[in-house]
Design a protein around this ligand. Sequence first.
Ligand code: PHE
Length: 446
Amino acid sequence: MLIRRITCARALPLSIPMATSPLFSHLKPFSPSSSLPPRVPSSSRSFPFSSLASASPSKPSSKRANPPIAALVEVGGVKIAKDDVVRESDPTNNVPDNIFSKIGLQLHRRDNHPIRILKNAIYDYFDTSYSSKFVKFDDLCPIVSVQQNFDEVLVPADHVSRSYNDTYYINADTVLRCHTSAHQAELLRDGHSYFLVTGDVYRRDSIDSTHYPVFHQMEGVRVFSPDEWEGSGADATSYAAMDLKKCLEGLARHLFGAVEMRWVDTYFPFTNPSFELEIYFQERWMEVLGCGVTEQEILSRNGRNDCVAWAFGLGLERLAMVLFDIPDIRLFWSTDQRFTSQFSEGKLGVKFKPFSKFPPCYKDVSFWITDSFTENNLCEVVRGIAGDLAEEVKLIDNFTNKKGMTSHCYRIAFRSMERSLTDDEINQLQWNVREAVQNKLHVTLR
Ligand code: PHE
């Protein structure tokens, strides 16, 4: 889950939610979105996109596709007000209303929800294999410091994931966590040696059936003391790597049965060596998780100098889409009974039966881009207007004219998972999208 702005991951067949592709893997090419303003040191970060809407005088009635938003949410007993998270006039803030509205929903704790069913199946595996030694955290607040999210797990100052294009910043020092690794260091400091952290994570991203700006991850960490590897004949790192692989192969078999698996070397700033586990499932190789042996610096900075540890992170949506045959990542957020009633506790792998497929409606928008234009920013604008009715935003034409001006044409697919949309409704949405694209992204419509 690792981080999903990865071109080759995007090119994988069918519905592998990128929510599971490594954010931090440097071995794969990054998607267009990551080649934009990123890799600037945090001190010179520029915010390429204003969340301020400038209304046009000629605007028709602006019926929004998004439901009304609560002003206060609660996570782990902490109350969070909308103003704490969304600050439209603050240029260091890029959190829109629709993202705030997801905080506190915690799908991983919702009764009979596929994400919770999967979480519990993973818990069962760890409880059985390690006599319930793993301590479980699933209610840690997703608002974390830049230090927790990046510095404490050794993410370099110029890493793309730190950019405003990729991460939701509340202010220059505070973010919505983009991975559950944000909690590793504090839990190590607290003395935990076996732990699982499940939570909602937030990433600015593109729009399609496998990408959603909020998804769920589970992190696992195990710390070994010297007496555990001494006498094994292996050095500490090899011992931890062997144990890690054995543990995760067992987990994959627990979830998927007797599948073929392979290990792929990769890169994460917080582990060395680092690996991805892939399984051969439904006739293709699918990345299941990222993991590795924890960087010694993380252990020594957190009072665990003599120890060695392993860590893994997996994306729950990606696995749940495959295990339950869920075709679109937006469905996880549906409260439609025709979706929710199909799943029940303890039943991993019950296949989802689509209740009906409503037709998509396609609308194109073309404009001359500016230097600061990014596809993630466009997708934020589209989601801000159309919410979950936006199914896909796809670049269908791209050219540069003799004057050096570059034009992009995007095709937006609008579709509700729950009902048919009317022509009027779609025309209104498209009108609002065009207006917002122009006003917020400062591009010139064609
Ligand atoms: N945090 C990584 C990601 O989101 C996943 C990971 C966790 C990889 C722990 C290795 C160890 O991309």
